[in-house]
Design a protein around this ligand. Structure first.
Ligand code: 2AM
Ligand code: CA
Ligand code: CA
Ligand code: CA
Length: 258
């Protein structure tokens, strides 16, 4: 199953690189004022859903662009065809295809592919996490002032009152440095790889984080909501190795986002 999904992600990556060739910054579709969607987002999702349902007809699907197909088996695929559409249209390499399998509500398999970087991350529950053929593990950094983390601002584009800027102001001065890649799926994978020491963001959706969550947990990381609990991490996600996750939650728990 995982090799089937890895191959689909690679094929979807080719569709992204092809789609980018004909993309104009002046001819974009918007779901809301700052929320871009391209023909390629839709084409990739349609391709993935068709291929997955042809092979697993009793499985369900949840995708960002076309919504839900109910499951008949308790198994559901959670798909973000392009996570980081803004990076994709601006020709920055940090966007990804994110595919997860959820079993009775819990993500158990994740594949994240960054076509512009040719990085393929994947994990299955209980079997470890990998980039290409190489096993990956979270960093061993324990102190915030030695940590490089990522965050994002989905909250601002969604026009929400509660936003990440006060949190950013609180955390960033404590860190070695901060990055903003624009793909939550990749932020989780780079934390799994140990390149980033942690990641937080708010106002995401389940399809942004499902695959990355499996990969990060299998790499030894911890993923929760801002209070350290697990119910709605997409509303406010705290992700890091165990030691830094404790530090992050200590700060984030004071910011009420649910
Ligand atoms: P997307 O590119 O698939 O839309 C980066 O901050 C993260 O926020 C990405 O996972 C991005 O996913 C998501 N995002 C972008 N615009 C958003 C919006 N208007 N509301 C919620 N999430 C958004
Ligand atoms: Ca989007
Ligand atoms: Ca997304
Ligand atoms: Ca998307």
């Amino acid at each position: 199953m995982i090799s089937f999904i890895k191959n689909l992600a690679l094929e979807a990556g080719r569709l992204c690189l092809e789609g980018q060739k004909n993309l104009s910054l002046h001819d974009l579709e918007f779901k809301s004022e700052k929320d871009i969607v391209t023909e390629t987002d839709k084409k990739v999702e349609a391709f993935l859903v068709k291929a997955i349902l042809a092979r697993y007809p009793d499985h369900g699907v949840l995708g960002e662009e076309y919504g839900a197909v109910q499951t008949k088996s308790g198994l559901r695929w959670i798909i973000d065809p392009i996570d980081g559409t803004t990076s994709f249209v601006h020709r920055l390499p940090f966007y990804s295809i994110s595919i997860a399998l959820e079993k009775e509500g819990e993500p158990v398999l994740g594949v994240v592919y960054a076509p512009a970087l040719n990085q393929l991350f994947y994990a299955e529950k209980g079997k470890g996490a990998f980039v290409g053929d190489t096993a990956i593990h979270v960093s061993e950094t324990r102190e915030l002032d030695k940590a490089v983390m990522a965050t994002g601002f989905a909250c601002l584009r969604a026009g929400r009152q509660k936003n990440n800027l006060p949190i950013f102001n609180e955390i960033v001065p404590k860190l070695r440095d901060i990055r903003r890649f624009g793909s939550a799926a990749l932020d989780l994978c780079y934390t799994a790889l140990g390149s980033l020491d942690g990641f937080w963001e708010m106002n995401l959706n389940i399809y942004d984080i499902a695959a990355g969550t499996v990969i990060l947990k299998e790499a030894g990381g911890v993923v929760t909501d801002f209070t350290g609990g697990g119910q709605f991490p997409e509303k406010g996600i705290a992700a890091a190795n165990k030691a830094l996750h404790n530090e992050l939650v200590r700060i984030l728990t004071g910011f009420h986002v649910l």
